[in-house]
Design a protein around this ligand. Structure first.
Ligand code: AMP
Ligand code: TRP
Length: 344
């Protein structure tokens, strides 16, 4: 009998993630992604890129794209990523992402992509007018991850399905080409109170750059006054904060604000409730506003000062791209050999 137990991946652990340069970053991106990146760089070899190839799946003004890429890089640095520890680079500067993505398009099945909910959300009513790239977006994401044989991927909750697809592609590639353990099965790192930050206007909608109301989100570039005003105006209910997580869970807006407090303070929601149970939003909101200003305003300031020296950001991105290519190129060379291409 043949043994079909997958051979485990035996290579080194490696962290990889990215954010698209397609609009201002908000608190959800900061807590769901950037803060985790900065923490993980101390634990594992870390690769963090600006997902500009993903950004052009919807129209991006060519006159602005490079600057938007620098802005994301500045946000990474402002959030604490250190170019001496983490490899920071623009996705389009490392050609192996696109090269592996093509091969993966021939590995992934149409039925797998048909299930992707983000495409359904982003294409809306006009599926037939969406770019083909918007549809195959998760396949490029799998290439981003696997070209570095990354084992850990810190992301917000909304990326869970894309990580499952990445695991499916890795498994099918290893199986089809008879190379068990060649690609790892990357683990999403999603846990924590910051994994799904909701809109400040609607506790049932994700905080998002595409929400037309600026009061729905706190932008990383908001100044102290704007941050405090948005917390003050956040939608809530009239009840005081409850004692238990179960009761909190039934109140989406309250749950969200407690989650934001917990994530910013580096505490659990239960710990925040232990302090604020029985208190109304008249007490909780000012405390949250102070905390948010304290944690976020300096990040915005650091971003602005970094952006005043674009040449330094460009230097970091260029050095990062070179380092990233050194890791990505051998993977693609091996893959081309496995696929059987001429000259590989
Ligand atoms: P994007 O801006 O869509 O490229 O997202 C960049 C990162 O931020 C991804 O890891 C997302 O999962 C994460 N993210 C986006 N929105 C939120 C949110 N509302 N709450 C938590 N994480 C988020
Ligand atoms: N799709 C991710 C998002 O919208 C961005 C992304 C692209 C990504 N490639 C990735 C995240 C690889 C993690 C790993 O947030």
């Amino acid at each position: 009998m043949t043994d079909h137990t997958p051979v485990p991946y035996a290579g080194p652990t490696r962290v990889l993630s990215g954010v698209q340069p397609s609009g201002a970053l908000h608190l959800g991106n900061y807590l769901g992604a950037l803060v985790k990146f900065a923490r993980l760089q101390h634990e594992m070899d870390t690769f963090i890129f600006v997902a500009d190839l993903h950004a052009i799946t919807v129209w991006q003004d060519p006159a602005l794209l490079a600057q938007q890429t620098r802005e994301i890089a500045a946000a990474y640095l402002a959030a604490g990523l250190d170019p001496a520890k983490a490899t920071i680079f623009p996705q389009s500067a490392v050609r192996e992402h696109a090269e592996l993505a093509w091969i993966f398009q021939c590995v992934a099945r149409l039925g797998w992509l048909d299930r992707m909910t983000q495409f359904k959300e982003k294409s809306g009513k006009h599926k037939e007018r969406s770019s083909v790239g918007l549809y195959t977006y998760p396949v490029l994401q799998a290439a981003d991850i696997l070209v570095y044989k990354a084992t850990h991927v810190p992301v917000g909750e909304d990326q869970k399905q894309h990580l499952e697809l990445t695991r499916d592609i890795a498994g099918k590639f290893n199986h089809d080409f008879g190379v068990q353990g060649f690609f790892p099965q990357p683990e999403p790192l999603i846990q924590g109170p910051g994994a799904r930050i909701m809109s400040l206007r609607d506790g049932s909608a994700k905080m998002s750059k595409s929400d037309p109301s600026d009061y729905s989100r706190i932008n990383l570039t908001d100044d102290a006054d704007a941050i405090a005003a948005k917390v003050r105006k956040a939608r809530t209910d009239p009840e005081p904060l409850p004692e238990t997580l179960e009761e909190l869970g039934a109140r989406p807006e309250a749950d969200n604000l407690v989650g934001i407090f917990a994530a910013l303070a580096g505490r659990t929601k239960a710990e925040v409730l232990a302090e604020y149970a029985g208190k109304g939003f008249g007490t909780f909101k000012p405390a949250l506003a102070d905390l948010a200003v304290d944690k976020l305003a300096p990040v915005g300031e650091r971003m602005r000062s970094l952006l005043a020296d674009p040449a330094e950001i460009d230097r970091i991105l260029k050095a990062g791209a070179e380092r990233a290519s050194e890791v990505a190129a051998p993977t693609v060379a091996e893959v081309k050999k496995l696929v059987g291409f001429w000259g590989a």
